[in-house]
Design a protein around this ligand. Structure first.
Ligand SMILES: C[S@@+](CC[C@H](N)C(=O)[O-])C[C@H]1O[C@@H](n2cnc3c(N)ncnc32)[C@H](O)[C@@H]1O
Length: 346
């Protein structure tokens, strides 16, 4: 076991990211935890009750309790690591502004708890789906849900059967694979929320090579939400949400991908407020996100350049940038028009 310091807290954990780790801890997800803290500092309401279902070392909850002012209590649960979580709480006692309770149950048993929560965090190994049915019912109306998925092979189009089984959707390895994965994850969450007459509203996301994390608000059921497929050309980069007979750029057939969430991926107002009080890497990230449009799917400048056999141009010239890819940009222009426009760029 090693001693680490992150943000305001010091804690014991193992620098090991596999299922057999005695106490899982991934230092490379510091950015994700920093974003989590900023998120709560902007959206939090006084006296929230939270539960962290897969606590690991407890680092996330300890930081939330030390670096935000909004929780009255946080319950940290982990099937395996409750002893070390208790030790880490004791180590940081003076810094904690919320009461921390510890549980060591199977996260699926959350259903048996009497309480509802204003904030529920699901960060398991692999897919979160099997925990979502029980967990979603424990989020109070208007409450917040944070979900991490690390089964990126399924969501990013490599493990197609797993995606169909867990998420009820066809994924595809495209250049904008991570957006497809994110939209499929949100779609599944909405479907599961619907089982208990609720809906979700996406507020923020952090999507990387090995994980996808989304922050959502649980709301009253809303049947106006947009779920549907994307149609992707089997030959070129053309795609859209309307079903064409053939690709209008190259004439090839179009493949149906999804169904997926076609609505907004984040709350712009919230992101702007987070941006205003952020710095460093967080500010860089939120600066791009706050100006992203809500269009579905993005193109990349390397893709455009190789399609047109031209040199690559800066993505900010042709559309708005996206946090999902350094070379990615969003536009509502049909590909046919976009290709002409891109050619004319200086
Ligand atoms: C990915 S780690 C969590 C990391 C932690 N949230 C963090 O930020 O460092 C997953 C944790 O879930 C625990 N776990 C695995 N299966 C569980 C289950 N069914 N119920 C509760 N905890 C479980 C593991 O012991 C492990 O600590």
């Amino acid at each position: 076991m090693e001693k680490f310091t992150e943000g305001a807290i010091t804690f014991f954990a193992e620098n090991k990211q596999t299922r057999d780790a005695k106490v899982f801890f991934n230092p490379s997800r510091k950015f994700d935890r920093d974003l989590n803290i900023l998120f709560i500092n902007v959206i939090g309401k006084r006296k929230m009750e939270g539960i962290d279902l897969f606590g690991g070392s407890g680092v996330r909850s300890l930081r939330l309790a030390a670096e935000t002012d909004y929780f009255s209590s946080i319950t940290v649960n982990d099937i395996k690591t409750s002893a070390i979580i208790r030790k880490n709480i004791a180590l940081n006692k003076k810094k904690l502004k919320a009461r921390i309770d510890v549980l060591s149950m199977n996260a699926q048993d959350i259903y048996n708890l009497q309480n509802g929560y204003d904030y529920v965090d699901i960060d398991p190994f692999g897919s979160p789906v099997k925990y979502m049915v029980q967990a979603l019912q424990k989020v109070r109306f208007g409450g917040l849900l944070a979900i991490t998925a690390t089964d990126s092979a399924a969501l990013y189009g490599k493990a197609k059967k797993a995606c169909m089984l867990k998420y009820g959707a066809v994924s595809l390895k495209t250049r904008y694979f991570n957006e497809i994965g994110l939209r499929i994850l949100i779609k599944r969450t909405e479907e599961i929320a619907n089982l208990s007459d609720r809906s979700i509203e996406p507020l923020l996301f952090d999507v990387r090579k090995h994980y996808l994390r989304v922050y959502l608000r649980v709301t009253a059921a809303d049947i106006s939400r947009r779920i549907g497929p994307i149609y992707q050309c089997t030959k070129c980069m053309n795609r859209g949400t309307e079903c064409p007979v053939k690709c209008d750029v190259c004439g090839a057939t179009m493949k149906q991908v999804g169904p997926m969430w076609l609505g907004k991926l984040f709350d712009r107002n919230l992101v702007k407020r987070m941006y205003d009080i952020s710095d460093g890497q967080l500010k860089e990230y939120l600066e791009v996100m706050k100006d992203e449009t809500d269009s579905v799917g993005y193109y990349t400048t390397d893709q455009m350049a190789s399609f047109l056999k031209e040199k690559e141009k800066k993505c900010g010239l042709i559309g708005c940038r996206t946090v999902l890819d350094d070379k990615g940009f969003r536009t509502d222009m049909p590909l046919k028009d976009l290709l002409k426009e891109y050619k004319n760029l200086q």
